[in-house]
Design a binder for this molecule. Sequence first.
Ligand code: WTA
Length: 652
Amino acid sequence: MPDIESLLSEKRVFKPGKDFARAANWSKKDVAALRKDAAKNPTRFWAKMAKENVSFFSPWKKVLDWKPPFAKWFVGSKLNVSYNCIDRHLEGKNAWRRNKAAIIWEGEPGDKRVITYGELHREVCKFANALKALGVKKGDRVCLYMPMVPELAIAMLACTRIGAPHSIVFGGFSADALRDRIADAGAHVVITADGGYRRGAPFALKEAVDAAVSGDSPVESVVVVKRTGQDVTWKAGRDHWWHDLMAEASTKCPPAKLDAEHPLFILYTSGTTGKPKGILHTTAGYLTHVTTTFKAIFDIKDSDTYWCTADIGWITGHSYVIYGPLANGATTLMYEGVPTHPGPDRWWDVIERHRVSIFYTAPTAIRTFIRLGDEHPKSHDLSSLRLLGTVGEPINPEAWMWYHKVIGGKRCPIVDTWWQTETGGIMISPLPGAVDTKPGSGTLPFPGVDAAILDDDGNEVKPPDGGFLAVRQPWPGMLRGIWGDKERFREVYWSKWKRKGTYFAGDGAHRDKGGYFWIMGRVDDVMNVSGHRIGTMEVESALVSHPDVAESAVVGREDEITGTAVVAFVTPKANVLADDGLAKRLRDHVAKEIGAIAKPKDVRFTPALPKTRSGKIMRRLLRDIASGKETAGDTSTLEDFSVLAKLRGDED
Ligand code: WTA
């Protein structure tokens, strides 16, 4: 398997600090016992976790019903996610949390809000009633297209309160991308804002919604949060201000008693075709998974201030900004803007001012800060930090060491957590009080997660060989399907190997002699740009939808900051001038079709794409060219492509 070869040989080992280990939610002894139990009977382990960490209105009759690839967890039970995230912190021995901060929010311009659990309860009940007043019923999908403001959290929880699955579309996606996602989910209601703040200036969201719901659209109502105060166009009858709806809404809304498998949310993610997949998560299993992993991996205590920097538009934001933390009664910090506004020390300033104790971010951000210089974090008191985490892409050992030394002051354990939109929650990660860490490794699977590395035939490979990351047993947070596409669900995730019910993650990995996992990145045509998944096919279909483009192929190349950069090879139509102007227009076109995150860094023109005799584009060759010609600038013409193709024509 030449593509999955690890060049790393990392020898450094870091033990959990004694004080940390002593006070950890899961001690070394606990972990050893739990691992033993879970290995014998993973289902029983998860049932124990559900009992400990989740409140049910009525108990399950069966822990797991597994007809590969379809799983049902905690079958027959009834519960409510917003009840677990709010109400239960206002009752009994937890009642003191009524005045505890649930959300500490900071806007990019510096405005702040602290929302207590008691206040969150009132706001969520009110907005749940507002949704009902708009005609939203149990099972109806609601689309959220919002900046990082507290209303986003309130809207999510309000949806869960009445059993309306939400579909959150990241605010950086374009109107076209939003339109597709609204149509696929069949949402009748969109919640948005006039705009949000980014890099010191307001950006518009309502405008994109107007474009996305124009013409033929299932959308009947649009709810608009007033955030920036910018001008918006208004369609009477369809558009409603958030504050107007809230002014009239009652604060009483009992949580719906929902079935364990009731759809909780849909979240779209890129795959290997042009059409994004609507990943479906349901109620009891997802909540059990995120609540348990959050408590164990982030070692949450009532005294902590926890900050995950992810945007809620991604799965990390769903599971570890909102649901995991709030279900644990934690204080979760939300920040609206970019890391470098008004200065390159904004994040460190936030940590110092709020005394953040647990900090979870992405390697791409860490690499950006390394480049900006140590003086910025060093000018702030980061001594409140006690635990650090990373997610989204492999972290290179040098970035890990910098994070450990400069941010963690050598005293904070680092949890490098591997998981996916599809897995719902963390699958592979250190347990910070119990597991020694090695820079660049996610260490070991969470108890109850049967992760393995398999070869093409489904045999487990021996360390240190590389292979495909797989999961051999169902887990509670697993996706239940792709919205509206059973066949694609089966094919993408469950058909790689003969053995039934073996999940194909799409990542390459290897294990070292100690059994530690090292993730090496995607093995399919999905790029990971700044920790965000972008399908090469998606960008290709955006490019060929431009009138000047005949054909295109998109590949990723390594990038120092973003991990991967998008490189587009484009064959323009005859008589089209392939110049810098066209390259810029194409980049803008991709931003319009998908969003700025998918913009190719390089556009390279070529009269033909290299193909095999069977007509398959030789992506491997393109990848080589993309990474080898970094200095060639934006528009190098590669006339020798056809020659290259002939030379290596036998390669398929
Ligand atoms: C990658 C994000 C290495 C991986 C939670 C996976 C990682 C994809 C890690 C999922 C990690 C995530 N180490 N790679 N700790 N975490 N990945 O769906 O390629 O946005 O398949 O979920 O990110 O991205 P997604």
